[in-house]
Design a protein around this ligand. Structure first.
Ligand code: IMP
Length: 430
């Protein structure tokens, strides 16, 4: 297998966990490159369901080594909890999990800051996961972040934490009327975590370069979705990391020239969690129907997801900026009972139709979707094993999506189980 990036092409929750789980069988390394425990990758195995937030889903495959790259922000409490949870379920992590010493840490004050900002009157509410992701990345950009490597230099760690806390505590007290945090408590808590995660910490960039030299196959596991990317997403309603395929390079130290293949994952419709523009969002009754059928509740926070029609304008942009060469479509079966299915092929913005996703937030919010309507297939697709056998209208729908995106569909999922996946070989690619 070549070096492959799997990236979400909508607003996250596209079903990347399942796609990665399938591809991980052929990989030597599975690598997370951005985000943190805001992600929730659900994988359904015969032994039960696993929801992974920080540890790459490749960990469920015995021979695979998993890496948390420098671009990830790590909440050590969450990491230790996840490692212990996996070990309890009989999945050995020792010698298979590697954590970048360059990754930045999330502290309790980041989590609190995240929530205080969300609740503050007059500030924009993003609808974050409340995991401290944005505040940790903003400390990184401000150059006041604390990295994994710092945990192992106690004097430096003490100095950095004390400097960071004195600034944060002042902000907490003066702006938010929140009492702040005591130094010693956090210091000793993080020293305990440091000990627990030490066996996993290393220079993951060098580890991956050795893997490259040995011609090992590396699978990069994107978290969230392209339209949550801090540069390319629906800013400011985004997460704080580089979600796009380019982020795989920045967030691991593997050069773009070493990446061979980019797979974009999309749902057969669209969902989003949190605030922000969503041009093709359903009305209430269809929303309730699809949410129920698709079990559209956040894997991390349990929040109900907003649902809408497939937006080809949104996904086409993702295909272009990620360099998507293949598409995996998930959850086709959720649309099985609809008589008519719409696809957004353009937006009407200030009287003009555009097929390019606009940068302006007001255009994203006020743009009126231009729809094509397709006849539904009104048939249970969850048991189909081959593309050829699918109902004609389902095939037509998928072919049209591929045509609008300019990218072949190579994988199709019609249920959460691995067996409910159709692999389209070259001659049958849509
Ligand atoms: P944050 O990443 O917690 O700062 O949240 C910023 C935005 O990204 C919010 O709208 C979240 O709902 C969204 N978000 C973050 N992680 C995920 C995810 O894994 N799936 C879907 N949405 C996410």
């Amino acid at each position: 297998m070549s070096n492959t990036v799997v990236v979400g092409a909508q607003w996250g929750d596209e079903g990347k966990g399942k796609v990665i789980d399938i591809l991980a069988k052929h990989a030597d390394y599975v690598v997370r490159y951005q985000g943190g425990n805001n992600a929730g990758h659900t994988v359904v195995k015969t032994s039960g369901e696993f929801i992974l937030h920080l540890v790459p889903s490749g960990i469920l495959h015995r021979g695979v080594r998993c890496v948390i790259g420098n671009g990830v922000v790590i909440d050590p409490e969450a990491l230790v909890g996840e490692i212990e949870g996996l070990e309890k379920r009989g999945i050995s992590v020792k010698g298979r999990l590697f954590v970048s010493e360059r990754a930045h840490l999330i502290f309790p004050y980041h989590r609190v800051y995240d929530r205080l900002r969300e609740d503050k009157k007059g500030f924009i509410k993003i609808g974050t996961t409340g995991r401290g992701i944005g505040p940790s990345y903003s400390d990184k950009a401000l150059r006041s972040g604390i990295r994994v490597v710092d945990l192992y230099e106690p004097a430096l760690f003490r100095e950095k934490l004390s400097r960071s806390l004195s600034e944060k505590n002042e902000i907490f007290r003066k702006i938010y009327g929140f009492k702040g945090f005591a130094f010693e408590e956090i210091f000793s808590e993080y020293q305990r975590y440091a000990k627990k995660i030490k066996p996993f910490v290393c220079d993951t960039a060098m580890l991956l370069h050795r893997a490259l030299r040995a011609r090992r196959a590396i699978l990069f596991e994107g978290a969230q979705g392209t339209h949550l990317d801090v540069d390319h997403g629906t800013y400011p309603f985004v997460t704080s990391s580089y979600v796009t395929s380019g982020g795989a390079s920045v967030g691991t130290g593997i050069p773009p020239t070493a990446i061979d293949r980019v797979i974009g994952v999309v749902k057969a419709y669209t969902t989003r969690v949190g605030e922000g523009p969503f041009p093709t969002e359903f009305g209430l009754s269809l929303m309730a129907e699809i949410r129920k059928k698709g079990k559209e509740f956040g894997a991390t926070t349990g929040r109900p997801r907003r649902c809408g029609w497939f937006d080809a304008v949104l996904v086409r942009y993702s295909c272009l900026i990620n360099g998507v060469q293949e598409i995996a479509v998930t959850k086709l079966d959720v649309l099985d009972t609809l008589k008519e299915i719409k696809v957004c092929v353009g937006y009407r913005v200030r009287g003009k139709i555009t097929r390019d996703f606009p940068a302006s937030l007001s255009a994203q919010e006020k743009g009126i979707p231009v729809y094509e309507t397709h006849a539904g297939w009104l048939c249970d697709t969850s048991g189909f094993k081959e593309f050829k056998a699918l109902p004609e209208n389902a095939k037509k729908y998928l072919k049209r999506l591929s045509q609008l995106l300019g990218v072949p569909i190579t994988m199709l999922s019609v249920g959460s189980h691995e067996k409910q996946t159709l692999h389209l070989n070259r001659s049958h690619r849509i």
